[in-house]
Design a protein around this ligand. Structure first.
Ligand code: SAH
Ligand code: SF4
Length: 342
């Protein structure tokens, strides 16, 4: 599969073609991607025919549309049959793509559909970056209403823990920045608090954003929701987030999935605000999107408002993330859950 070879090595796959041909191919794969190899107009027909069967590392299994066509959700089937999800969201000033980094996830967060499934395998760098290329190829043909016609922002908030698949994640980011023209400042890596990966990310050359999924400030509660807290305790996670901010000068965001009766108390809001102030972080609240394998529910609207009010009063910088595509099972891993059970 062509995306599974680094752009710099593509030449080795076409030893008989002159160098400019593989440069042209690189442009078609990364800078101006197209859905079908026959659209690679400046390549000879014989080369296009060779490319077609190895063009994408996956096929489209299901496409769903929501929010008046401003949200698209894709379920891709990889060559080994694994299923991964990608969600495209159009806003007036940006087009954001939410991508997967693993098939399943080993972290086992209780409220997450991907976690409930367990871990299958890592995605290859090509399978990660091809999700962005596919979205750009799609947008070139079918732009979302009133949104930029290219992916402007990438978030690693689909299936998987990107920092547990470190090398592939980093190589995919490198290709987005060096070959697709996406700025590091527009890429967000979301982590459950995988401390070794956070420390390595600090040393990378790009100014990517870091989002840390906290969900509780009370260690015993956090261990219940996010079992990896036993291995990488919250204090170490916060220290690594603070190092990231101080070294990179990029504000970290703290993600908090609000679950009724679990992590929506005043005590939690006060604890969260204290951490956010200490490390100059921004807080992102997201109401739980219920998953079929858990009885957890999101709090009521009023309760969410109250939690956010407490955070603000305690001096935290906070936004309520919109839950796009609820009617199409857009929560992490849910589309795959449905495809598997049908
Ligand atoms: N593994 C990484 C990135 C993928 S999950 C991480 O955990 O950060 C991306 C975000 O989706 C996380 O903040 C996670 O807490 C949130 N999430 C997972 N399941 C959810 C659900 N059912 N409802 C709302 N948010 C969810
Ligand atoms: Fe994995 Fe993130 Fe889901 Fe936790 S929330 S199980 S780390 S994908």
């Amino acid at each position: 599969m062509l995306y599974c070879t680094a752009p710099e090595q593509l030449r080795e796959l076409f030893p008989d073609e002159p160098r400019y041909r593989t440069n042209q191919l690189t442009e078609w794969l990364y800078r101006h991607p197209v859905l079908h190899a026959e659209e690679m107009m400046n390549l000879p027909r014989s080369m296009r025919e060779r490319i077609a069967p190895q063009h994408w590392p996956f096929t489209l299994d299901i496409e769903q549309s929501a929010d008046n066509g401003t949200t698209k959700k894709w379920l891709f089937r990889c060559t080994d049959g694994s299923l991964i999800e990608t969600v495209l969201m159009g806003y007036s000033s940006r087009t954001t793509l939410c991508i997967s980094s693993q098939v399943g996830c080993a972290m086992g967060c209780t409220f997450c559909a991907t976690g409930q499934f367990g871990f299958d395998r890592h995605l290859d760098a090509g399978e990660i970056v091809a999700q962005v290329a596919y979205a750009n190829a799609y947008l070139a043909e079918t732009p979302l209403p009133r949104s930029p016609e290219r992916v402007t922002n990438v978030v690693f908030m689909g299936m998987g823990e990107p920092l547990a698949n470190y090398n592939a994640t980093i190589e995919s980011i490198r290709r987005m920045i060096e070959h697709m023209g996406i700025s590091g400042r527009s890429i967000t890596v979301s982590t459950v608090g995988f401390v070794p990966g956070m420390k390595k990310l600090i040393k990378e050359p790009w100014p990517v954003n870091l989002a840390v999924s906290l969900h509780s400030t009370i260690p015993s509660k956090r261990s219940k929701l996010v079992p990896i807290n036993d291995r990488y305790p919250i204090d170490d996670v916060i220290d690594a987030a603070n190092d990231y901010y101080e070294t990179k000068g990029r504000r970290v965001s703290l993600e908090w999935t609000l679950i009724s009766g679990e992590n929506d108390s005043d005590e939690e809001a006060i604890g969260l605000a204290r951490i956010a102030r200490k490390i100059h972080a921004h807080v992102n609240i997201i109401a739980l999107n219920p998953t079929p394998l858990s009885h957890d529910k999101p709090p009521s609207r009023d309760h969410i408002r109250r939690f956010i009010g407490t955070l603000k009063r305690e001096g935290a910088n906070v936004t309520l993330r919109d839950t796009r595509g609820q009617d199409i099972d857009a929560a992490c891993g849910q589309l795959r859950l449905r495809a598997d059970s049908s």
